[in-house]
Ligand binder design. Structure first.
Ligand code: ATP
Length: 599
C-alpha cells in the first residue's frame, strides 16, 4: 500500500469538523488497506508503533529530526530550526523544507547514505524503518537513527514527510481514539461491534485485532483470551450517594472494601517469571515500581497470575497513608532507587483475574476472592484490601467513616450475587463507589477533557484565562461541553497548562467535540483535568445531556474549579461520562428534595 494513500486520508481527517465524515474516511481507508499491513496503518494513525503497553519508544528528539531533515534537504540545521521556531509545527517545517528541495530539483541523498530504495514509499517501508529506528540502541544508536530517518525523508514527498516528522516526535495527535478505530473496523469488515469490543477488552491491541479480523474473519476473535503479560481493560464502578440506595441496588448485601487513594495497578506474572505492572490506562509502569513487583512476586504463590490492587504511598514509621500526589513525585524522580527510598509504597490487592492457567473473570466475586486467598501470603508490603460483608445501611455508614478516618477516600461496594463477574472495561452496577454524599453541594470531583480555551487578560495575558471542558459520551464517541473553568489555577498551573495544551492546538473545532461555545482556541481532546464544582445545573450554553431534562437545555457545572490534579493517568475516553453527569444531577436533585422534606 502506498504511504501517500494513507497520508491523503489523514489530510482529509485533519480538515473535517464532522465526526461522521471522519468515521467514513477511516472506514473506507481500512476497507482498501491490504490485510497484511492493516496493523501498520492502524498503529501509524494512533501515533504509535505498538500498543501503549508494550512501551516501544522511538527515542527520536526534535534535534535529531532537524538534523535528518537538514541532510535530506541540503538546508542547514540552523535554517530548519528557525523555520520551526516560526511555524511551531515540526510537520509543517518538514513539508516546507522538503518542498524547497523539490523545487530546486535537489538530488536524492540515498547514494550518500548507501541505501537502496527509490520509488514510492509504502506503508510497510515507513513502518519497518520507524521500527528499526526504535530498535537502534547502544553505541552508535543516534547515528543509526539519524541515518534511517534521513533515508525516509529523502524518499518522502513533502506531504508524507509532514506526517512522518510529526509521528517521530510524538505529535501526530489526530485525536482518533481506540473506540473510533473499533467503529471503523466494525463498519469496514462487517463484524459485530460487541465482538470487537470484547476482544479489545481482553487484548487491547488494535493492530493485532484488525489483522486477525482482516486475515481470518470475525470467527478468529474467539481465539483471543486473557493472557498474562497483556493488560485487560479494568472494571469500573458506578457511584451512588446513600448506603440505602447502594444496598438496594446490590440486592441487600455487599462486599464493602476500603477505597484507597493511590494508583490502580494490574500486576502480571508470566510463565517465565517476569513481573509487569500496568496502570489504569494500561501503560507499563513496572519501571516506577520495581519494589512492588518484587513484593507481589514474593507474596503470591503461583507460576502465572494477574491480580489487581491499589498502590498507596505510606509513611513507613506510622503506617499511615500519604496523599496520592506522593506517587506522582515518586514517578517524576529519575533515580528509581532514590524514589523508592523517599516515597515508600504498599499495595492493597482487591481482585484476582487469572491464576495458573485459569481465567477467573467469569467467576462471581466471592469465588475470585477465594482464589486470591488461596495463593496470597500477605506481607508488610502486600495486603488484602480491608473488607467486610455488610447488609445493614448503618453498618455501611460506620465502615465508611472508619475508611475515611484511616485516610481512604471512601468505600467500594461490590456485588456478591451469582452474576458478579469481573466486567472488563465496563462501568456497571456490580461495583458502586461511595465517596462522600452529595448533600446539596457537589463534593465528588469530575475528570473532564480540555477541548478549547479563552485567552487571559491582565495578569493572565499570554496564557489561557479559562478552559472549555467536556465530558465523554461512549455511545457517540464524542465530547460534550459542560463548563468554562477559570478558577483554581495557580500561576504555575497556567504556564504548565499552556505548554501541555499547545501541541494539541488546531485551527477549528475537533470533529469529536460538540459545542455551542466558540472559544478563542480549539484543541484535540487529550488533556484530562480534575474539576470540582458547587453543583450541576441546567444550562442552555452547554451541550452535555442536551435535551435529556428539558428541550434545548444541557447540563453544566456551577462554580467549577481545578483541584490541582492533572489526570495524566486517564485518557480522554476515560473521563467522566455524560451519563454519569446526568446521574449526578438526578441524585443531587433527589437529595435536595429529601432535605426540603425534612422537618
Ligand atoms: P474510575 O476509575 O471509576 O474512572 P477514578 O479514577 O476517578 O474513576 P474513582 O472514581 O475515585 O477513580 O474510583 C475508582 C478507582 O478506585 C479505581 O479505579 C481504583 O483505582 C480505586 N480503588 C481503590 N480501592 C479500591 C478497591 N478496594 N476496589 C476497587 N477499586 C479501588
Amino acid at each position: 500500500m502506498k504511504f501517500v494513500d494513507v497520508v491523503r486520508v489523514l489530510e482529509s481527517i485533519e480538515a473535517t469538523t464532522q465526526r461522521t465524515v471522519m468515521a467514513k474516511l477511516l472506514s473506507s481507508l481500512l476497507k482498501k488497506t491490504p490485510p497484511n499491513v492493516i496493523d501498520k496503518v492502524i498503529y501509524f494513525i494512533l501515533g504509535q508503533l505498538r500498543p501503549d503497553w508494550e512501551a516501544v519508544e522511538l527515542g527520536v528528539a526534535e534535534k535529531l529530526t532537524f538534523r535528518a531533515l537538514s541532510i535530506a534537504s541540503g538546508v542547514s540545521v540552523k535554517q530548519v530550526e528557525d523555520l520551526y521556531k516560526r511555524l511551531g509545527d515540526v510537520g509543517e517545517t518538514a513539508r516546507r523544507v522538503l518542498s524547497g528541495k523539490q523545487q530546486q530539483g535537489g538530488k536524492s541523498i540515498l547514494e550518500f547514505l548507501g541505501g537502496g530504495g527509490g520509488g514510492e514509499l509504502t506503508m510497510g517501508k515507513v513502518y519497518d524503518t520507524l521500527m528499526s529506528i526504535a530498535r537502534a540502541s547502544g553505541e552508535g544508536a543516534q547515528d543509526l537513527k539519524t541515518k534511517l530517518l534521513t533515508s525516509l525523508f529523502s524518499q518522502a514527498k513533502p506531504e508524507e514527510a509532514k506526517y512522518i516528522a510529526r509521528f517521530v516526535v510524538g505529535r501526530l495527535r489526530l485525536g482518533i481514539a481506540d473506540m473510533t478505530i473499533l467503529d471503523a473496523l466494525a463498519d469496514a469488515y462487517k463484524v459485530p461491534r460487541e465482538e470487537l469490543e470484547r476482544a479489545y477488552h481482553v487484548y487491547p491491541d488494535l493492530g493485532y485485532i484488525a489483522k486477525l479480523v482482516a486475515m481470518e474473519g470475525a470467527e478468529a476473535l474467539k481465539k483471543i483470551h486473557v493472557t498474562p503479560g497483556v493488560p485487560i481493560q479494568p472494571m469500573l464502578a458506578e457511584r451512588l450517594s446513600t448506603p440505602n440506595e447502594i444496598l438496594g441496588k446490590l440486592g441487600g448485601v455487599a462486599m464493602v472494601e476500603y477505597k484507597y487513594d493511590g494508583e490502580r495497578a494490574q500486576v502480571h506474572k508470566t510463565r517465565d517469571g517476569t513481573i509487569k505492572i500496568f496502570s489504569r490506562r494500561l501503560e507499563d509502569i513496572t519501571h516506577a515500581y520495581p519494589d512492588v513487583a518484587q513484593y507481589v512476586s514474593e507474596a503470591i504463590d503461583a507460576r502465572e497470575f494477574i491480580v489487581e490492587g491499589e498502590i498507596v504511598a505510606i509513611d513507613p514509621d506510622t503506617g499511615e497513608f500519604k496523599p496520592f500526589q506522593e506517587l506522582m513525585h515518586r514517578k517524576r524522580k529519575h533515580d528509581v532507587k532514590e524514589a523508592m527510598k523517599e516515597y515508600p509504597v504498599n499495595i492493597f490487592l482487591f481482585d484476582a483475574i487469572y491464576i495458573d492457567g485459569q481465567d477467573l473473570t467469569e467467576l462471581p466475586l466471592l469465588d475470585r476472592r477465594r482464589k486470591l486467598l488461596e495463593v496470597l501470603k500477605p506481607s508488610d508490603y502486600v495486603h488484602l484490601a480491608t473488607w467486610r460483608l455488610i447488609n445493614d445501611p448503618n453498618e455501611l455508614e460506620k465502615f465508611f467513616n472508619e475508611a475515611i478516618s484511616d485516610g481512604c477516600e471512601g468505600v467500594m461496594c461490590k456485588s456478591i450475587k451469582a452474576d458478579s463477574i469481573y466486567e472488563m472495561g465496563a462501568r456497571g452496577w456490580l461495583w458502586i463507589k461511595y465517596k462522600r454524599d452529595y448533600k446539596s453541594e457537589l463534593t465528588d470531583t469530575l475528570d473532564l477533557v480540555v477541548v478549547g480555551a479563552f485567552w487571559g487578560r491582565g495578569k493572565r495575558a499570554g496564557t489561557y484565562g479559562a478552559l472549555l471542558i467536556a465530558a465523554y459520551d461512549p455511545d457517540t464517541d464524542q465530547f460534550y461541553t459542560v463548563s468554562k473553568v477559570g478558577s483554581g489555577f495557580t500561576d504555575e498551573d497556567l504556564v504548565k497548562l499552556k505548554q501541555m495544551l499547545d501541541p494539541y492546538r488546531i485551527p477549528h473545532r475537533h470533529p469529536r467535540v460538540v459545542s455551542k461555545m466558540e472559544p478563542d482556541v480549539w484543541f484535540v481532546p487529550a488533556v484530562v483535568l480534575e474539576i470540582i464544582g458547587a453543583e450541576i445545573t441546567l444550562s442552555p450554553l452547554h451541550t452535555c445531556c442536551m435535551g435529556a431534562i428539558r428541550p434545548d437545555v444541557g447540563l453544566a457545572i456551577r462554580f467549577p474549579r481545578f483541584t490541582g490534579r492533572y489526570r495524566t493517568d486517564k485518557s480522554p475516553e476515560q473521563a467522566t461520562t455524560v451519563k454519569e453527569i446526568l446521574e449526578m444531577y438526578k441524585s443531587q436533585k433527589k437529595v435536595k428534595i429529601e432535605e426540603a422534606q425534612q422537618p
